[in-house]
Design a protein around this ligand. Sequence first.
Ligand SMILES: Nc1ncnc2c1ncn2[C@@H]1O[C@H](COP(=O)(O)OP(=O)(O)O)[C@@H](O)[C@H]1O
Ligand SMILES: [Mg+2]
Length: 538
Amino acid sequence: MTGRIIGITGPTVTVNLTDIKLYDRLKVGHGGLQGEVVRLADDHAVVQVYEETKGLGVGEPAQPLGVPLSVRLGPGLMGQVYDGLQRPLPLMGEKFGPFIRPGCELESLPADSIWIFTPLKKAGDTIEAGCALGFVRENSFEHCIFAQAGGVISAIAQGEITLQTPVASLEDGTQLYPAHDWPIRTPRPFRRKLPPASPLITGQRVIDFFFPLSLGGTAIIPGGFGTGKTILEQAIAKHAAVDVIVYVGCGERGNEMAEMLEEFSSLNDPWSKRPLAERTIMVANTSNMSVAAREASIYTAVTMAEYYRDMGCHVLLLADSISRWAEALREVSSALEEMPGEEGYPTYLASRLSGYFSRAGVVETLDGKTGSLSMILSVSPPGGDFTEPTTQACLRASGAFYMLDTSLAHRRHFPAINWVQSYSLYAEEVSKHFTESVSEKWEELKKKGMALLQKEEKLREVSEIVGAEGLQDEDHLLLHTAGEIRNRFLCQNSFTEDAFSTPEQTALLIELIVRQYEEGSARLAKGEDLSAILKEMK
Ligand SMILES: Nc1ncnc2c1ncn2[C@@H]1O[C@H](COP(=O)(O)OP(=O)(O)O)[C@@H](O)[C@H]1O
Ligand SMILES: [Mg+2]
């Protein structure tokens, strides 16, 4: 059944179709633009269109596809660069030129690449949907091929396959293929959630030491313009100790994404020493692309991330920035003439966000493995005002908060994470882990380091009142040490060798600074001269 367009408002169109479901996909217009049903009424449906609606006319056809907006999951995802609708951008560029015409389509996965399939099941085995039939090798890891239906296996492949070859047949005649579609707004199932406990090493000292994230945890990085959100997200994407990175460039500048792509094709993962591109999937919906597709892009990304989690991988999803997603949501909502909430955002902004964050976690998969999905999302509050709705909604839903501070960024203290206001709900568990596996002094050093920074703050206030002359030698030693912690420990220039620090290096550096302080302090107590001590500390 084909319908007609009866109205167009910005990124949404109204069609005279009734026999369709919410979130079903449609093709609208002569160009076949992709869209998704977002509202149903008695005699019409409203469709969110993921491509530029300019040039679309009333009366043009609307073709329902009978399936929800989905991503294609299977071997070949790794290393790809997709747009928000999972179209492979480099291939699109080759085929259609730099400007994607609305309605153009390409397979998300290379249909005729050859993979070597190793079965884990045999004919006669009874299987359930979600179990691994076998695997193919994708770069350095084993890419599981999951059964999409349960039953008794009558035949199973071995050796060379393509995505068009069935990997197994069931006795009831069902053919099982190596790739399948999954609706992006439906979280993929798992057996149960497990509590997050082990650390996600980011390589950033200030995070790993003071505000650590756990595998399966969620963190946000709110910061005003130029405070270093993008550089920090990218530094973590390069260095985090995880199996898979899914990076969403969401509504930010396209040239940043292009530079990142170039860098990723030449750099190696510091842990596996393999090219970074081999463990990374990128989703780019930059500021020059369609707003409505940006709304979908974060779901496209998280569904791919869950798919790798289901293989027992540790997956980290990074998005820059979630505020641009919220703005896209606002734009669509206003085109739908919904009742606006705070600052024009729809009233369901917070519930959508918390629903999104809840797709993170450590899980026992349907196949009995343990996998995790962690998230680090940047937030760009307009004017750096953290009381605005998106920042607040993210704050409530996430487990860690890395607040970027404009005054630190002005002083070129990068990453500009404010150490007084940031926090991590995972800190206690994760620090315990580091204390066991990295340094038995980890927790003790953390307390001492933070205490020094806090005392510095107090001393600065005091010296503003009484002047530097009012300070004791002990105070000067403390100020010097706190300065060392800030400049040598908390700061990490992303453009130098220091961009990445292992937990061992992190522990050694802070131990050195704290030890020098304690030794200096003991020498002062014995009556030694401050200037001699400071000189030796340099
Ligand atoms: N970790 C860092 N090391 C060195 N320079 C940084 C770092 N983080 C940010 N900067 C500097 O700050 C500038 C702005 O950072 P960027 O990440 O683009 O900010 P935002 O995304 O918050 O607008 C960068 O171009 C760079 O000069
Ligand atoms: Mg940025």
